[in-house]
Design a protein around this ligand. Structure first.
Ligand code: AMP
Length: 145
């Protein structure tokens, strides 16, 4: 059974964060620069909220707010669904599917942010494991193991 920590070991613990007073224009530019779809909004390593590209579409573009004049803290999602290093990946995938989210921060037992997994990370991890299994089965079928 694979765990969230198996993904973080591979991709590292780096998470892009902003404070709540950052404006949406700067936040969007930061996401583009780093080719990511979400920013964690934190103060003193504590998670205040999450702001994703979906929020730019829904709460900025569709509501005709000015990105440079809008604080991320005013348009982020406040109640953040998190997981732990020991959360198993099926559970993480199920939570993302049920809640229609594509990002989940990873926290330690004190609620401190220690990483982030995305649906893309889960898919890449699954694809890699399947490739390894297929390779093994091919070797087996051809009598090489
Ligand atoms: P996403 O699909 O991750 O871009 O996010 C879709 C919506 O869910 C956006 O409004 C996000 O702010 C929100 N969201 C994303 N991830 C989470 C999360 N882990 N907990 C709560 N809300 C989230």
């Amino acid at each position: 059974m694979s765990l969230v920590q198996d993904i973080l070991t591979r991709k590292g613990a780096q998470v892009m964060t902003v404070g709540p007073d950052v404006n949406v224009l700067d936040a969007a530019q930061l996401m583009n620069e780093h080719k990511i779809g979400a920013l964690l909004v934190v103060v003193d390593q504590r998670i205040l909220g999450i702001f994703t590209e979906r929020d730019v579409l829904r709460r900025i573009v569709a509501e005709e707010r000015a990105p440079a004049q809008t604080r991320v803290g005013d348009v982020m999602t406040n109640e953040v669904v998190v997981c732990k290093l020991q959360t198993n990946l099926d559970e993480a995938r199920g939570a993302m599917k049920n809640r229609r989210i594509r990002h989940m921060p990873v926290v330690d037992d004190n609620g401190i942010l220690i990483g982030l997994i995305s649906i893309g990370d889960l898919n890449a991890f699954d694809a890699h494991n399947k490739e390894v299994t297929i390779h093994f089965l091919e070797e087996y079928i051809h009598g090489r193991v």
